[in-house]
Design a protein around this ligand. Structure first.
Ligand SMILES: O=C(O)CCC(=O)C(=O)O
Length: 280
């Protein structure tokens, strides 16, 4: 595949993240950026709270999930085959489903995103998930660039860090953070997409600029993953998936491979997706 040479694949396997440059052109960024701007405004535009009035988690970003469901124009991005194929090749998967998409708009003055792994937040196994992180304007250290602990995806689960709330009672394997390399901060040029594995420890810097850091993510998982824990999750409970069952259904359709131009129907009749939050 043209956008993914061997060195990028090796970097992803070694580090658990990779920046793929020149992925989207200016027209695509402008088009999809304004669609997501409008979608975020529809979801949370009437929230007039100042940053200080929000929870710590909300001070990191405005999070709007499953935007593809109520925004037909956005399906072309969430189900973009070049994006899906790149994710599939990096993960070494033949078929990917969508876990959810989301806007992560870090407001001007928004605080850092706390360090975490994604997988503990998602009650499915095995850990075969990958995120495409798309900064419409690129990212800089000042605007809220991501930082990754290289190779941490190969170490298993770190001490569980639920950045959305305090839950400490689940039986995860713990290991010392000192096993990890220091975080590497990544400034992603405009047009690039950063991919990370669900076990890669990562965080993002505060946004010290006067502009919102506009990011859109698509989170994929390998077809065949099953529900592994019972804690509520909209991607599972809206479609009635029980512990041990494969995560298959209209909320988590196949995202790649799909025939060109073939976009799934919205599952909105199964109940609206949550406006914000990983789990609420
Ligand atoms: O964009 C951010 O601030 C954090 C992103 C993140 O944690 C993720 O995509 O898993």
């Amino acid at each position: 595949m043209a956008v993914l040479d061997t060195s990028l694949l090796e970097a992803f396997h070694r580090d658990g993240f990779v920046v793929v440059e020149d992925f989207f052109d200016s027209n695509e960024l402008e088009n999809f950026g304004s669609i997501v701007d409008r979608a975020v405004d529809t979801r949370v535009g009437s929230d007039s709270r100042s940053l200080n009035e929000k929870s710590l988690y909300e001070q990191s970003f405005q999070q709007c999930m499953n935007l593809w469901e109520d925004n037909a124009d956005l399906r072309a991005l969430t189900f973009n085959q070049k994006l899906g194929e790149t994710a599939g090749v990096l993960l070494g998967a033949e078929t990917l489903r969508i876990w959810h998409d989301q806007a992560l708009y870090k407001e001007a003055g928004g605080r850092e995103t706390d360090p975490h792994q994604d997988w503990p937040l998602w009650p499915m196994g095995p850990a075969r998930q990958i995120t495409a992180w798309i900064p419409f304007d690129g990212s800089t250290l000042a605007s809220g660039a991501m930082g990754y602990s290289p190779g941490s995806h190969r170490l298993g689960l770190a001490k569980f860090s639920d950045i959305t709330r305090e839950i400490r009672d689940e039986p995860y394997r713990y290991f010392d953070h000192s096993e990890m390399e220091d975080l590497v901060w990544v400034e992603a040029p405009r047009g690039s997409v950063v991919f990370h594995h669900s076990l890669t420890v990562h965080q993002a810097r505060a946004n010290t600029t006067g502009e919102t850091r506009r990011v859109y993510c698509v989170i994929y998982f390998e077809d065949g993953c099953t529900r592994s824990r019972s804690h509520w999750h909209q991607s599972l409970d809206r479609q009635g998936i029980e512990d041990g069952q494969p995560v298959r259904g209209p909320v988590t359709p196949i995202v790649w491979p799909r025939p060109s131009g073939d976009l799934p129907e919205s599952p909105i009749d199964l109940g609206s997706p949550p406006k914000t939050g990983f789990r609420t």
